[in-house]
Design a protein around this ligand. Structure first.
Ligand code: NAG
Ligand code: NAG
Ligand code: NAG
Ligand code: NAG
Ligand code: NAG
Ligand code: NAG
Ligand code: NAG
Ligand code: NAG
Length: 398
């Protein structure tokens, strides 16, 4: 067979494969071409990114498809179902860590924000949800379920957990924002009783960090990278920042800490591509805590090359700008698609930065985590799971 013939057969096979892409129930296709020109009499202009783009006025939660390739992410039967809810308490904010062996997701409540009941005088809480219980409950009904989450009782050296990853050598790896004069830290937590903790870093050469926000391990290494915005101060639970808002690299085997990226407004979520060659840092610049919201600042995911020798973040460029709220927590799947919690739910871009779809909740969503049961979404006062086909890149370090 000639090369040309092989190519032609491949093209036909691809066309057939794409024609059998099946939309999940309730998914809405939004063809960008249909909205490129809306005319001056359009009645749905949005001058606030806090109102979502939902031109079909569909009832949330539902799946929005901006590019047919998103159906490869969702698969044919994805639904979005609530698995836990507590309307009075933002119990499900950030720091999700999935421990496959235990089939548990750990996460933290909102530190210093709405319905978080934490601040200068009060710590936030870390909880866990048992995904085996979630699976069993979901199998018994077509609707939503409300699984009891369990609060961990962590030692007082863990204050305002805001980010996490792992398992790291079998432990949960959290960053804390600190509270009042108690320092922000990187801390290992045993995911099993007695949930004992070990702080592994709480300063930069005796200077307290501002309020650590999120952490990831560079794939194939055990080197930690974390962000340090000023949100502790902006949300009223930390003193005025004494360091720039930047990204740090920490080698736990030598104790060396250094800065690998700066020039952010409020660096927030962090993630690496599965091959470890590129890094992503979200900037929630529009959200200024007591300074208010200013939409002229970034709501942006920046992409960098990870320098193979120094592991500094090089060649910064815009990867994506979110049309809704600001991208907060960020995770990648095995194919290199990029998922971030935004003002209207989870937004998904392909590796080139094209918006391909959303898990549209119509409310601010900070984080997400891949599990065996699907994608778990933390939406402050509720948690959802969507049983998509895509799988998360591995975050475990041995
Ligand atoms: C827009 O509305 C104005 C005022 O009602 C009307 O005169 C005009 O024809 C409309 N334009 C279009 C394109 O419909
Ligand atoms: C934005 O829209 C809101 C609601 O329609 C309106 O009250 C406000 O004045 C608008 N602001 C600007 C700057 O256009
Ligand atoms: C989305 O939420 C806003 C309030 O934040 C509400 O006014 C609007 O009706 C909701 N949209 C839908 C389609 O539910
Ligand atoms: C801190 O906790 C106390 C006691 O639980 C509560 O009365 C108070 O409202 C909390 N503070 C904030 C800022 O939520
Ligand atoms: C999770 O729930 C299942 C079913 O009730 C139970 O067998 C298992 O022990 C629980 N896991 C943990 C770690 O508690
Ligand atoms: C934490 O303490 C509360 C109150 O004493 C208790 O109900 C809960 O079971 C404890 N959590 C764990 C994981 O042991
Ligand atoms: C928890 O305690 C055990 C037993 O002392 C110890 O081996 C382990 O390293 C501790 N884990 C953490 C995260 O502190
Ligand atoms: C937003 O920030 C810009 C740049 O600092 C400033 O010029 C503008 O006044 C701010 N707008 C609001 C509404 O605060």
């Amino acid at each position: 067979m000639t090369k040309l013939a092989v190519g032609a057969i491949l093209a036909i096979a691809l066309a057939a494969a794409s024609s059998i892409r099946v939309s999940p129930p309730g998914a809405v296709y939004i063809d960008p071409l249909q909205y490129n020109v809306v005319g001056a009499n359009y009645t749905k202009w949005r001058n606030s990114s806090l109102i979502g783009f939902n031109p079909t006025n569909s009832a949330p939660p539902f799946i929005q498809v901006f590019d047919p390739s998103f159906l490869d992410v969702t698969g044919p039967s994805a639904t979005i179902r609530e698995i836990a809810s507590n309307p009075g308490f933002a119990f499900a904010h950030e720091a999700p860590i999935y421990v496959p062996d235990l089939n548990l997701v750990f996460f933290s409540s909102n530190g210093g924000g709405a319905l978080g009941y934490s601040g200068w005088y009060n710590n936030s809480v870390v909880s866990m949800i048992n995904m085996t219980e979630v699976d069993m409950a979901l199998a018994s009904t077509p609707g939503n379920v409300n699984i009891q989450v369990q609060t961990l009782n962590l030692s007082d050296n863990v204050q305002m957990v805001n980010g996490g990853t792992g398992p790291y050598k079998g432990d949960l790896l959290f960053v804390t924002s600190g509270r009042a004069l108690l320092p922000p830290s990187v801390v290992r937590v045993n995911p099993s009783p007695p949930y004992n903790t070990t702080v592994i870093l709480d300063n930069f050469l005796s200077r307290q960090f501002n309020s650590l926000n999120d952490i990831k391990i560079l794939p194939g290494t055990d080197i930690m990278f974390f962000t340090d915005p000023a949100y502790g101060w902006l949300n009223g639970f930390r003193p005025e920042p004494m360091l720039p808002s930047q990204v740090y690299r920490f080698d736990p085997s030598t104790g060396q800490v250094r800065v690998v990226a700066d020039q952010f407004v409020h660096p927030n979520g962090i993630a690496f591509a599965p091959n470890g060659k590129t890094a992503f840092v979200t900037d929630t610049g529009i959200f200024g805590g007591f300074l208010g919201t200013n939409q002229t600042f970034p709501a942006t995911i920046y992409q960098f090359d990870v320098d193979p020798t120094t592991q500094s973040f090089m060649n910064r460029r815009v990867f994506a700008y979110s049309d809704s709220g600001a991208p907060d927590g960020i995770q990648l799947d095995t194919k290199g698609n990029v998922y971030a919690g935004c003002g209207d739910g989870i937004n998904v871009w392909n590796g080139e930065g094209t918006l391909i779809g959303k898990f549209y909740l119509n409310s601010t969503t900070a984080e997400l985590m891949f599990t065996k049961s699907g994608l778990v979404i933390l939406e402050e006062t509720a948690m959802y799971v969507t049983n998509i086909q895509a799988r998360g890149m591995t975050l475990a370090t041995w």
